[in-house]
Design a protein around this ligand. Structure first.
Ligand code: NAP
Length: 204
């Protein structure tokens, strides 16, 4: 897969864990936070070559952007950005402040999608602890599973190819309404499941 430049809104535990994996796969990351790129100098240095810091607005211009801010701050993090014009927004956030959705409630990533007009939103990177996500997903027995849901098939195809390329084993759970519910924190049945897809041993 071609090298991508990926924007990241939020440069804490999850933002830097995702950045670590993408950088290890040869991609470039542009990190941002609420306080400006000058506050991310140490973080960028620690991540190494391929990492840089920019404003929230600049990071959001990437073809693929990861949202990694506290669940209570997604509206603020997405506010004032221009229409996404089909760019992909990967929602890694968990909303602990809102009760788990009832059957006819929006899932948390559907709420995020409404805050990002024009974005093709995918839910991912949210169901494991940051330290687990930061580790090499290529295990001796196979590859670490990441769950993915989203309403746009082409966006998911592009994103799952990216995940596969950096060593994960993505599993597409379907759309944000039904699939998203399965890996929504805290109540989704797949939350915290650290699974490995076994390498093909050729066994029947
Ligand atoms: N930690 C985990 O193990 C884990 C696992 C799965 C999912 N998650 C989810 O991932 C999200 C991030 O968690 P975290 O643990 O990485 O949090 P964190 O370490 O506290 O980092 C949050 C980051 O978001 C930035 N931020 C806050 N408000 C912002 C805004 N309005 N615009 C841009 N950036 C903003 C913060 O920057 P400032 O310092 O400038 O405020 C900080 O860099 C949460 O929704 C969490 O539920 C976390």
């Amino acid at each position: 897969m071609a090298i991508m430049q990926i924007g990241i809104l939020g440069a804490g535990a999850i933002g830097t864990a995702v950045a670590t994996r993408l950088l290890a796969g040869g991609h470039q990351v542009v990190l941002s936070n609420s306080r400006g790129p000058q506050t991310l100098a140490d973080t960028v240095r620690g991540l190494g070559p391929g990492a840089s810091a920019a404003s929230r607005q600049q990071a959001a211009q990437a073809e693929l952007v990861v949202l990694a801010v506290p669940g209570t701050r997604t509206a603020e993090a997405l506010a004032g950005l221009p229409d996404w014009q089909g760019r992909v927004l990967v929602d890694a956030t968990n909303d602990y402040a809102t009760p788990p959705p009832a059957a006819d409630d929006l899932t948390s990533s559907e709420v995020v999608a409404r805050r990002a007009p024009g974005a093709r939103v995918i839910k991912a990177f949210n169901h494991l602890f940051a330290a687990t996500l930061r580790a090499d997903p290529r295990r001796p027995e196979g590859n670490r599973v990441l769950f993915v849901s989203g309403d746009d098939e082409a966006a998911k195809k592009m994103f799952t190819a990216l995940l596969t390329g950096v060593g994960f084993a993505p599993i597409d759970l379907g759309d944000l309404a039904d699939g998203g519910r399965l890996h929504q924190v805290p109540a989704g049945p797949l939350v915290g499941q650290d699974l490995v897809r076994l390498a093909d041993t050729g066994a029947q």
